[in-house]
Design a protein around this ligand. Structure first.
Ligand SMILES: N[C@@H](CCC(=O)N[C@@H](CS)C(=O)NCC(=O)O)C(=O)O
Length: 197
């Protein structure tokens, strides 16, 4: 399988971490792609021009990160990252949406600033920041489980992205429970091996 990925994308990290946890990483060939450069091979696989994009061994291209993780889960004999049924499934998917939502808001902040040339206090940027703050506060009140699944991976990748791009926001400040959760989950090999640089 071929995975179009970038070293800093929290969504690509989510897929790579899932692949490691599912014992599939040695079947994946990583193709580093800078999405905004519109590399032709990426556009051919995914006209939306986004990473992550996976091309399966059958030549099917899959995106976005949630769909790719679901595919990897389906072809792996390991314990699933997405529980098949019941309350555990909806909880894991809900936590995934929380992690991806924080990543979406963070990415939007970057793009509005970089491409929209907006100042840090522009209303749309402030809105993304407020959404992130509220969700981080909710996670502090109710930290996720400490086992690895699609939800905990997504939240860990989102927090890692905050460390990379918004370290000065100090997301750990006043959030000891979430900080401790993050320290603990970050020792999982799937996350340790995919830390963004
Ligand atoms: N919802 C998508 C988001 C993917 C995404 O936005 N990736 C960014 C890189 S972090 C990208 O490729 N951006 C290029 C663009 O928006 O044109 C997913 O979960 O895979």
């Amino acid at each position: 399988m071929k995975l179009f990925s970038s070293a800093t994308s929290p969504y690509a990290r989510k897929v790579r971490a899932c692949a490691i946890a599912l014992g599939l990483d040695d079947r994946i060939e990583l193709h580093q792609a800078s999405a905004f450069d519109d590399p032709p091979a990426l556009l051919e696989a995914n006209p939306l021009g986004k990473v992550p994009t996976l091309v399966t061994e059958d030549g099917l291209s899959l995106f976005d990160s949630a769909v790719i993780c679901e595919y990897l889960d389906a072809i792996s004999p390991e314990i699933p990252m997405i529980p098949a049924t019941g309350a555990a499934r909806w909880l894991a998917l809900r936590i995934q949406a929380i992690g991806d939502g924080i990543s979406d808001a963070s990415l939007m902040r970057i793009q509005l600033k970089r491409f929209g040339a907006l100042p840090d206090d522009a209303p749309l940027i402030e809105r993304q920041k407020r959404a992130t703050t509220r969700m981080l506060d909710q996670l502090e009140a109710e930290p996720p489980d400490t086992h690895l699944d699609i939800g905990t991976i997504a939240v860990a990748c989102a927090l890692g992205f905050l460390d990379l791009r918004f370290a000065s926001d100090g997301w750990r400040d006043g959030r000891p429970m979430l900080s401790a959760w993050f320290e603990r989950i970050s020792t999982e090999p799937a996350l340790e091996r995919t830390v963004p640089v």
